[in-house]
Design a protein around this ligand. Structure first.
Ligand code: MG
Length: 171
């Protein structure tokens, strides 16, 4: 079993759609970013990479690379899941916290959990998403942006020799 943590934050920018966990939350400024700014997807990517000690999102999807301009972050998350599966890991569960003064997250939790569960290839009951405010404090409290945190647990399938062989051959 391996555990990983991920954190991401983005500034709000009007005129962009707000996308979190692959779900469009209407009538709210979106998140500024090279990609679609989906902080939930980004935190999950870093948690998966953290658990498998495979670097971080910036190394694999650098924001200087035009390929990721406006990228669908859920596609980047799906690609990350494929990478960890190639190394014989499978996701056990994921726990996400979104910290923002607005919008309210709870109405969108079931849809986000469904999208994320599909990509992580686990049951929806293994995905937890929690929204909370920052009690008006600091940059989140002023509504300048939001932050997302994710913890994931991975289980290693197969024996260690198979795992090491797959790492050596890059797949
Ligand atoms: Mg990000």
């Amino acid at each position: 079993m391996r555990v990983g943590i991920g954190y991401d934050s983005h500034r709000f920018e009007s005129g962009r759609p707000l996308v979190l966990g692959g779900v469009h939350l209407p009538d709210h400024p979106g998140l500024k970013g090279h990609s679609d700014g989906d902080a939930v997807a980004h935190a999950l990517i870093d948690a998966l990479r953290g658990a498998s000690a495979l670097g971080d999102i910036g190394q694999h999807f650098p924001d200087t690379d035009p390929r990721w301009q406006g990228a669908d972050s859920m596609a980047l998350l799906a690609a990350t899941v494929r990478v960890i599966e190639e190394r014989n890991y499978q996701v056990v569960n994921a726990d996400v916290t979104i910290v923002t003064e607005s919008p309210r997250i709870s109405p969108w939790v079931p849809e986000m959990a469904e999208r994320i569960a599909e990509l992580l290839r686990i049951a929806g009951s293994c995905i937890s998403i929690k929204g909370k405010t920052n009690e008006g404090m600091g940059w989140i409290g002023r509504g300048e942006g939001l932050a997302a945190m994710a913890v994931v647990l991975l289980d290693q399938i197969g024996d260690i020799d198979t795992l090491h062989a797959s790492i050596r051959t890059g797949g």
